[in-house]
Ligand binder design. Structure first.
Ligand SMILES: *Cc1c(COP(=O)(O)O)cnc(C)c1O
Length: 384
């Protein structure tokens, strides 16, 4: 095959990443600390605060998964506790529950955002409480960049006094009612993995409400070392800090975040136009103007009964034949072998969306030629 691969979402460097890396080399800050780490934290913090989102602090970490793990530790989650988690998500949202020996309780999605369903969430909480086990936390996810129903979830969180851990790994640059995603949880997490809207080649961040909490997170992320001249430890620690090299890449990427969001949203509009005239395929859109998605990935749903029997999988294979990557949505956690037997509350909506849904190439670095190839492959498959 001589056609170059079109990826779902690939790294897209800006202009200054190498300058930050060179500065690290010049000063020999080749370590999981240094000026780029501090600078990256400041960059994220000032960005997240830009829409009046209030006082927050940011700890740069080695991954979004590490950030979720520390968030649950800071909330005091322990062996035997229960933690609610949106079922339709990437496994990294749920795995840290298992690291702590706690029990995940999965909750279905709702139609409008594909994220955690407020109704099923409340039913789950009431049922767990009636069984004598009040959940310790709610992990809610802004899937593919679309904010979850922030107000409804916050209301339930307040009503039952259960904190929200906001998984904003896919939603840097998205807003809800004008406020930035990544500022809504008791703790929030970001990811800078290679496929996310911006990348530090691998990395993440924990967003906290106070400096004290940030300092506690950094303490845990650097092996929980007590204040002593020798190595003294009175708690179990982790090696979760971000490298100063990676943070340099992250600093360069923060400078182009707004451009990257604009380019992803342009890809989304390209698909909206393309599918406008195609029966049986719906592009997933924000439900109202309260929701502003970075459109990290554009999601479509293929309704086989309206496409002359062409299924999601047929379309995926047609794209693959043209060396174009597309991918089914996240397979819900309650359907995963590793989470078999854990409680689930829902009506089967996530399962249905999983069956019909497809993520299309959405990178900020796709060319007009790439878009032409994607368009032709899609039309060839669906207009046959
Ligand atoms: C990517 C991702 C994570 C994990 O982030 P890493 O930096 O890859 O560890 C967590 N949750 C969701 C929803 C993600 O997409």
């Amino acid at each position: 095959m001589n056609k170059e691969k079109i990826w779902l979402s690939s790294p897209h460097m800006g202009r200054t990443e190498l300058e930050y890396i060179n500065a690290a080399f010049d000063d020999n800050w080749i370590a999981p600390l240094g000026p780029n780490v501090n600078g990256f934290e400041e960059d994220i913090k000032s960005y997240l605060n830009s829409n009046g989102s209030g006082k927050i602090e940011v700890a740069a970490l080695s991954s979004g998964t590490a950030a979720l793990h520390l968030a649950l530790i800071l909330l005091g989650v322990q062996r035997g506790d229960e933690v609610i988690c949106q079922s339709m998500t990437f496994a990294a949202s749920a795995n840290p529950i298992m690291y702590l020996g706690a029990t995940p309780v999965f909750v279905d999605s709702e139609r409008a955002t594909l994220n955690i369903c407020p109704k099923q969430l409340e039913l789950a909480i009431q049922d767990r409480i009636s069984q004598g086990k009040k959940p310790k936390a709610i992990i809610a996810v802004h899937l593919y960049g679309t904010p979850y129903k922030v107000d409804e979830i916050a209301e339930i969180s307040a009503k039952y006094d259960i904190p929200v851990v906001e998984d904003s790994a896919e939603a840097l640059g998205s807003t809800y009612k004008g406020r930035n995603c990544g500022t809504f949880g008791k703790y929030s997490i970001l990811s800078f993995n290679g496929n996310k809207i911006i990348t530090s080649s691998g990395g993440g961040a924990l967003v906290t409400r106070s400096l004290e909490e940030k300092q506690k997170a950094v303490f845990l992320a650097t092996q929980a070392r007590d204040d002593a001249p020798h190595y003294q430890h009175s708690q179990v620690g982790y090696n979760y800090r971000l490298s100063n090299i990676s943070a340099g890449i992250g600093r360069g990427q923060m400078e182009v975040l707004i451009e990257r969001v604009a380019a992803r949203r342009e890809m989304f509009h390209f698909y909206v136009n393309l599918f406008d005239s195609i029966e049986g395929v719906e592009v997933h859109k924000e439900p109202t103007n309260d929701f502003y998605s970075n459109h990290w990935l554009t999601v479509i749903e293929v309704e086989e009964s309206k496409t002359n029997g062409i299924s999601r999988e047929d379309l995926r294979l047609s794209l693959e034949a043209e060396n174009i990557e597309s991918r089914p949505l996240w397979k819900p956690m309650h359907m995963q072998p590793v989470f078999e037997g854990y409680p689930f509350y829902g009506t089967g909506l996530a399962e249905d969306i999983f069956k019909k849904g497809l993520c299309l190439p959405s990178g900020s670095n796709l060319s007009d030629n790439d878009r032409d190839r994607i368009k032709n492959a899609i039309l060839d498959c669906l207009k046959k």
